[in-house]
Design a protein around this ligand. Structure first.
Ligand SMILES: Cc1cc2nc3c(=O)[nH]c(=O)nc-3n(C[C@H](O)[C@H](O)[C@H](O)COP(=O)(O)OP(=O)(O)OC[C@H]3O[C@@H](n4cnc5c(N)ncnc54)[C@H](O)[C@@H]3O)c2cc1C
Length: 292
């Protein structure tokens, strides 16, 4: 049963910031409610005040600029991202990810900001956005700050958001030349959170012969989305072959820190991380080569 609460609806960011300040002691922000309402119904969260930001139009947008890259307002829904022609053109991996995230109903109402602010290690957008070196903008009444998305996640369901802050924008830089990003989640229930997931971005060197830069990000493989930095180092300056891919997969499965739960054991998750890292690194490599 959901406990009683006072409902406050903000229609502008400034209105929301004032409400956050006013109810500092006991509030929860609600946007699409797709994650929060589950916790409230289970009695795990029982805020005195609910501050609804879904109606803040100024925080719902998708802007692409060939120099600055992509900016997504935090109250933008999954469905809007999925259907954006610009995202499909310049960041097709995001379109594909959204098509496989939850049901249409959830995508119609759930937002990208809510997904990230929830801090679920099995989030689909998080590993891809980290692989693309995304940053997030956090704002309060008095100040605004940006931080790399990979530093936003602190622990399971815990983020760097201060108690008077909203996540307002997600910024994705232009992908470097000769690069590609690939993503896959392994799940048992279609369009549900993955048992594990892997996102890989690869940038080829000038001659298109070797790997100049790689980012490997693992989902549901630790308390937060995790960069497999040692595995990334193995790729640096190298040309990919089966032996190298196996080393990268082995290292990623060593670096992760998965739990055993009702969905999978730790051992199984490590094996999945190895297999998916090999597969997705190869996919990103082939796609990056094809851009040259
Ligand atoms: C059936 C189902 C299937 C799902 N499948 C998937 C899946 O396959 N992959 C996946 O990644 N996700 C999945 N999800 C999760 C879904 O993506 C998220 O529930 C949704 O994106 C959350 O957005 P929301 O706007 O509904 O957030 P809310 O539920 O309103 O809020 C979630 C949390 O974020 C905080 N918050 C929200 N917006 C902001 C903001 N702008 N600034 C600061 N804090 C904020 C809230 O206080 C709350 O703590 C699924 C959810 C359901 C119900």
């Amino acid at each position: 049963m959901i406990h009683n609460f006072n409902y406050h609806r903000a229609t502008t960011a400034q209105e929301a910031f004032s409400l956050l300040e006013k109810f500092k002691e006991d509030y929860k922000v609600i946007c699409g409610g797709q994650s929060l309402l589950i916790l409230m119904r289970q009695g795990l969260v029982a805020p005195e005040n609910l501050i609804d930001i879904k109606g803040i139009k100024e925080m719902s947008y998708i802007n692409y600029d060939p120099k600055e890259g992509l900016k997504i307002g935090s109250t933008t829904t999954h469905r809007e991202i999925e259907k954006s022609p610009q995202i499909n053109k310049y960041y097709p991996v995001l379109t594909e990810m959204e098509e496989n995230l939850a049901s249409v109903q959830t995508r119609n109402w759930g937002t990208i900001g809510g997904n990230l602010a929830h801090g679920d290690p099995s989030s689909d957008p998080a590993p891809i956005l980290i692989a693309m070196n995304a940053t997030v903008k956090l704002a309060s009444k008095e100040k605004e700050r940006s931080l790399p998305l990979e530093d936003f996640f602190i622990d399971i369901f815990e983020t760097a958001l201060g108690e008077d802050e909203l996540l307002t924008e997600i910024q994705v830089p232009i992908l470097p030349k000769n690069s590609a990003v690939a993503y896959e989640k392994f799940n048992i229930i279609k369009n549900y959170q993955g048992i594990v997931s892997v996102a890989v971005s690869i940038t080829m060197d000038k001659d298109g012969a070797g790997c100049k830069d790689a980012r490997i990000v693992l989902g549901a493989a630790a308390a937060t989305p995790l960069r497999a930095k040692e595995a990334e180092k193995i790729l640096s300056g190298k040309k990919i072959d089966t032996k190298l891919l196996t080393k990268v997969g082995d290292k990623a499965s060593e670096e992760c820190d998965p739990v055993s739960d009702i969905h999978a054991t730790e051992t199984y998750r490590r094996a999945l991380i190895k297999a998916l890292t090999i597969k997705i690194t190869n996919t990103a490599w082939e796609q990056a080569k094809a851009t040259g």
